[in-house]
Design a protein around this ligand. Structure first.
Ligand SMILES: Nc1ncnc2c1ncn2[C@@H]1O[C@H](COP(=O)(O)OP(=O)(O)O)[C@@H](O)[C@H]1O
Ligand SMILES: [Mg+2]
Length: 229
């Protein structure tokens, strides 16, 4: 299966928010290409638009102007139903604050997207168990998420992001809320999953060590992406 061009291609992307007084032009003609299986760090000062960029690539938000192709499909041509399907099936989101359900077990949290996608329960469970093993949490599977440590919760969130086998993982400050050592473990996990599963991985991060460990880095500034060596 080949696709023309890079896995992710962003052309002349603009995003403008209406502020209380004037417009906030966050993205201003951003161009970016990412090959399938690559891992990319997106760095830049707070407020430059890292989250906005991830949300547009993940079809959580629409651009004001410009085009975004993921796996050969251009996101602005999709209707709401197709965008929802794309978000659920093709993209795994890892947020700074993980949005897990604290009253449910780690296993239930990881299974949830698969059950919502109407996968058979046994299959969902098998995949969730496999992923929880991959993130080193077999011994915590039955624990309620509210009882887990911050680092364990973030690893559950990574497992949940992968349960439907997405082609693309979008991680927004995945270590931002963790102490250094725990953040390191979550970072290693993302890198290992990228290497082993070939999932294209975009990580917005302030964590310099994480950024350095990823395959490539870009810095957002002035509404555009600049290469970093
Ligand atoms: N929904 C929104 N409405 C208005 N302004 C927004 C909205 N979302 C983000 N912004 C503004 O866009 C800019 C970029 O935000 P963001 O993408 O969150 O930056 P980063 O993730 O790099 O810190 C900020 O100035 C922020 O206040
Ligand atoms: Mg952000």
């Amino acid at each position: 299966m080949s696709e023309p061009g890079p896995f992710l291609r962003i052309e002349d992307l603009h995003k403008t928010y209406a502020g209380p007084r004037d417009k906030v032009e966050v993205l201003r003609g951003l161009n970016l290409s990412v090959e399938r299986g690559e891992s990319l760090a997106i760095v830049g000062a707070s407020g430059v638009g890292k989250t906005t960029l991830l949300h547009i690539v993940g079809a959580l938000e629409r651009p004001t102007r410009g085009r975004v192709w993921v796996g050969g499909r251009e996101l602005t041509t999709l209707d709401e139903g197709q965008r929802a399907l794309f978000r659920n099936r093709q993209v795994g989101f890892v947020f700074q604050f993980h949005h897990l359900l604290p009253e449910f077990s780690a296993l239930e949290n990881v299974m949830m997207p698969a059950l919502i996608a109407r996968q058979p329960r046994g299959e969902a469970r098998r995949r969730a168990e496999e992923l929880l093993a991959a993130v080193g949490l077999t011994h915590r599977m039955e624990h309620r998420v509210g009882q887990l440590s911050g680092g364990e919760q973030q690893r559950v969130a990574v497992a949940r992001a992968l349960v439907l086998g997405p082609e693309l993982v979008l991680a927004d400050e995945p270590t931002g809320n963790l102490d250094e050592e725990t953040g390191e473990k979550v970072a290693e996990l993302l890198l290992r999953l990228n290497a082993e599963r070939g999932v294209t991985t975009l990580v917005a991060t302030h964590n310099e060590r994480l950024a350095a460990a990823l395959g490539r880095r870009v810095r957002l500034a002035g509404g555009r992406a600049h290469p970093v060596d």
